[in-house]
Ligand binder design. Structure first.
Ligand code: ARG
Length: 600
């Protein structure tokens, strides 16, 4: 691919920075969002006629309900002007200073109380494609979060217990939330808060004495510890001695007994190593492996002292409880009769510890909605204690997945699910023999496409919705699936490889006048809005929907607007447009956490 003509780009920058000054409107990101340049000109032109500010008008510009009406619409009633909105719309449409907006706006029309604007598509194509040539992989990102830090806690499985569908959803959604913050200029900390403390680790240690194998522990720690855990729990049902020994063992751990801790630490370290490999397959990594065991004791003791001081705790049968009934949040136990802490106590200490360490501007807990009550209780307790930063914390909840097991039976390990996914995808790929033979690394491709299938299925609807894990539908290349998105991306890559032309950033894009080309450029131009919107909603489906629409739009364009066989200048213009589509689609897939493929 050819390099950019830097002098020309620099000259272009100069022109646009002069323009920027005059049309600086609050909320407009002229550096990163080409549509904002159009919107701000519309806002300034209308502001000249009304007593409203360009800032207010800018914030109200929307896409018209009927796309035939134009590119942007202003609902005049929402401006709250004194008088008849339709009358204002009519008179403004007549008077709007189109030349002020230079060549940006081409027409203004009133439809009832709406003002509809058409913009210059030639200018949009030129500025947008030029912008993407400069930004490439960073097209779509902005710096609105500069200087702010977010902590995203996600995945958080329990050692020696199944990694279930809830943990998988948390991993996928949490990683997305982290990516979205990064794309909006935030500093991010991804944290895995393992379930790695409590009496069950005493049970596990007792079980390991009886059923453990060093060798199996080293080969597959997660599976082996789970097997041991299941066996010893069965024993514990009939033999209370197991429980007594487990409690004694856990007490030693809490008291900091080195020998007891050494075994536990080995279990934890080996499990983390194994998890890291699996997370890498999912394209996920964590900045911090924390966990219930990592909450400093002193933070918990302090918290309990504050709770006492503020008269928030009561004794009940030797345990300490907080009565939250008047907030309709039930009663929480923060300390057991034997003085040990609980899940919520550790969460209280952990939150305080994290705030002191990271001074976050936002903290997200990505946890299934089964823990809604737990999270509301946690936030209420933190608030009653007087931690005013609790309003920076938010529970990002999500619904259940039904039927996530392998075809053979119930799988409880993430690895097994991913293996099954890969095999299924591989089988689908083999059905197209001619294509299959052209791939050098089918297993690797099957793994990536299979994972894309799983992730897109997960992110296609609003988070809170439950869904059925559908082994057939998600692997299809048709319909709104992960394989379909990957296919759209590889198709664009293959055009670049096979067309025999280099990408020419100076291609004459004024030749892109057909409807499918205009639609495609409009769609590409929306990506920065999508990145910004995703930060507000924290809903992955907004980005999935965008990636699907972009793929459909480019597929429609490819039906008639060919690169090969077109005259050279037209071929170059189209190639540049498809290249920009590939960059934009690739960026949106990466935002979702997928690895965009070049061939499949
Ligand atoms: N801070 C938290 N409570 N995070 C969620 C932890 C999830 C817990 N380990 C579970 O599997 O249910």
């Amino acid at each position: 691919m050819s390099t950019l003509h830097t002098e020309q780009v620099a000259a272009q920058d100069k022109i646009s920075s002069i323009d920027h000054e005059k049309f600086k409107v609050k909320g407009a990101d002229l550096e990163n969002n080409i549509l904002d340049a159009f919107r701000s000109r519309i806002a300034v032109a209308v502001a000249e006629l009304s007593e409203k500010s360009a800032d207010d008008i800018f914030a109200l510009l929307d896409a018209p309900k009927n796309p035939e009406h134009g590119d942007f619409a202003l609902a005049v009633p929402r401006l709250r002007v004194n008088g008849n909105p339709a009358q204002f719309a009519k008179s403004w449409a007549e008077k709007v200073n189109v030349p002020l907006a230079n060549e940006y706006i081409v027409s203004v029309e009133a439809t009832g109380p709406y003002l509809n604007f058409k913009i210059s598509h030639a200018l949009l194509a030129k500025t947008l494609l030029n912008h993407i040539c400069r930004k490439k992989e960073s097209y779509g990102v902005n710096q609105t979060g500069a200087g702010k830090t977010v902590l995203v806690e996600f995945s958080s499985p329990n050692i020696a217990k199944p990694f279930h569908a809830g943990h998988l959803r948390s991993t996928i959604i949490g990683n997305f939330i982290k990516n979205v913050h990064e794309a909006n200029g935030w500093k991010t900390i991804g944290m895995n808060y393992l379930g790695d403390w409590g009496k069950q680790y005493g049970i596990l240690a007792v079980g390991f004495e009886k059923y453990g194998s060093e060798e199996e522990l080293l080969t597959d720690p997660i599976k082996h510890l789970y097997d041991v855990y299941v066996k010893i729990n069965a024993d514990a049902e009939n033999d209370d001695d197991v429980n007594v020994r487990a409690r004694a063992y856990f007490k030693k751990m809490e008291d900091g007994d080195e020998e007891a801790l050494a075994l536990w630490r080995k279990f934890r370290d080996l499990s983390i190593e194994k998890y890291k490999n699996t997370y890498a397959r999912l394209n996920v990594n964590f900045d911090v492996y924390s966990g219930e065991s990592q909450v400093p004791n002193e933070k918990i003791l302090n918290a309990l002292a504050v709770l006492r001081e503020k008269n928030l705790v009561q004794e009940s049968n030797g345990a300490l409880i907080i009565d939250l009934k008047k907030y309709k949040l039930d009663v929480v136990v923060v300390q057991k009769q034997d003085g040990t802490t609980l899940y919520i106590t550790r969460d209280i200490g952990a939150a305080i510890d994290r705030y002191e360490k990271y001074k976050f501007d936002a903290m997200y807990y990505v946890i299934a909605s089964q823990q809604d009550l737990h999270m509301s209780q946690l936030f209420k307790v933190l608030e009653l204690m007087g931690n005013e930063w609790v309003n920076r914390c938010k529970h990002i909840n999500f619904g259940l997945v039904k039927g996530m097991s392998t075809r053979k039976g119930t799988a409880v390990f993430l690895d097994e699910i991913l293996e099954q996914t890969k095999i299924s995808m591989h089988n689908v790929m083999k059905q197209n023999e001619a294509k299959y033979e052209q791939i050098d690394n089918p297993e690797e491709i099957a793994d990536i496409v299979g994972i894309s299938a799983t992730m897109i299925q997960d992110m296609s609807a609003k988070r809170i919705r439950n869904y059925e894990f559908n082994w057939d539908r998600m692997f299809s290349f048709e319909g709104d699936t992960g394989p379909y998105l990957q296919y759209a991306h590889t198709r664009l890559c293959s055009i670049e490889r096979n067309c025999g032309l280099d990408i020419n950033p100076d291609a004459d894009v004024s030749l892109l006048t057909e409807r499918p080309a205009i639609d495609l450029i409009n769609m590409i131009a929306q990506y920065p809005d999508v990145v910004k919107g995703a930060l507000r909603s924290l809903e992955p489906c907004t980005v999935v929907t965008y990636a699907m629409k972009l793929s459909h739009t480019v597929s429609a364009a490819l039906e008639t607007l060919w690169v090969m066989g077109a005259p050279k200048d037209l071929a170059e213009a189209r190639l540049l447009m498809y290249w920009a589509t590939r960059i934009t689609l690739g960026n949106s897939l990466k935002l979702l956490g997928l690895k965009p493929l070049e061939r499949m």
